[in-house]
Ligand binder design. Structure first.
Ligand SMILES: O=c1[nH]c(=O)c2[nH]c(=O)[nH]c2[nH]1
Length: 285
């Protein structure tokens, strides 16, 4: 029977597989917490059209594989672990054409007790996450995109916003001295798949933060671009970087109503609505 429909793009897998790994040393422990997503593409047509599960690796099995590979992995980075997981799944599953692994790492910091780093106790840090997405097809190369998300930062000087369109619906006042708060998310693509990913990540993060702090900003857009430029300058192995910087407005409170001056000191931070500024910056050919 000819059908009026056909299966188009499809993928499946397990998401939000949470994992804590403790590495035990003689004088203390290291630990990390990850949230892992594994997605498969492949020959899954008859699973959709006929309910034939003979080529389906159960998502429950994928979850177990996440833990199994974590248990035996010697990888020192999320990217390295993702590559091992992908290789394992591809080698055992010829029906799978490609595997994508996405990992978010939660920020845990070593606890300080009596001014000293504690050997085995930790506290949750900020909302900042480190991320990676690694993909490989059968017989293909790894594509590695890493990033960070939800890094909340604020400038309290050197931020202006003037010269924008003034029309009948404009109410915003120009300012040469405003607060600039954002929750930075960034993702960058590596040109190859074999680096010290942790060191590259640290360099990119520090370059972006240094520029954010030092920039004399005429807009979020301009500061975003400058941060992306300094990230690409700091890490030649990255081909392009996407930055997302919501403008988390801090609004000056009018105290003149109460007979008091407010020399740019008292603000109300607002979460919604926020500006949404996003751009990708890449190397010229
Ligand atoms: O840096 C800014 N860019 C904008 O596009 C914009 N729009 C706005 O209302 N405030 C700001 N600030």
């Amino acid at each position: 029977m000819s059908s009026r429909f056909q299966l188009a793009e499809n993928r499946y897998g397990k998401t939000r597989v949470r994992l804590v790994k403790v590495t035990r040393h003689a004088h203390g422990n290291d630990m990390f917490e990850w949230n892992v997503r594994v997605l498969l593409r492949g020959d899954f047509e008859t699973a959709h059209t006929e309910g034939d599960n003979s080529k389906i690796l159960a998502t429950d099995t994928m979850k177990n594989t996440v833990y199994y590979i974590a248990g035996r992995s010697k990888a020192t980075s999320m990217e390295g672990y993702a590559k091992e997981l992908i290789d394992f799944l591809l080698s055992r599953n010829p029906q799978v054409s490609s595997v994508e692994v996405h990992i978010e790492s939660v920020l845990w910091k070593r606890l300080t007790v009596d001014g000293k780093p504690h050997p085995d106790s930790f506290m949750r840090g900020s909302d900042e996450h480190q991320t990676t997405t690694v993909e490989r097809a059968q017989n293909g190369e790894f594509a590695v995109t890493s990033g960070l998300a939800d890094l909340v930062i604020m400038k309290t000087a050197n931020s202006a916003f003037t010269g924008y369109i003034k029309e009948s619906l404009t109410s915003l006042k120009e300012t040469t001295d405003r607060l600039f708060a954002t929750s930075l998310s960034a993702s960058w693509s590596y040109m190859s798949d074999d680096f010290n990913f942790n060191a590259e990540r640290t360099k990119l993060r520090e370059a972006m933060l240094k520029t954010f702090a030092g920039h004399t900003s005429l807009s979020v857009q301009q500061t975003l671009y400058a941060m992306a430029e300094s990230a690409l300058e700091a890490v030649p192995s990255v081909s392009e970087i996407e930055l997302t910087m919501p403008n988390k407005h801090c609004i000056l409170i009018d105290l003149a109503r109460f007979g008091q001056e407010n020399p740019n000191e008292i603000f109300v931070p607002t979460d919604e609505p926020s500006g949404f500024i996003q751009a990708t910056v890449k190397r010229t050919a």
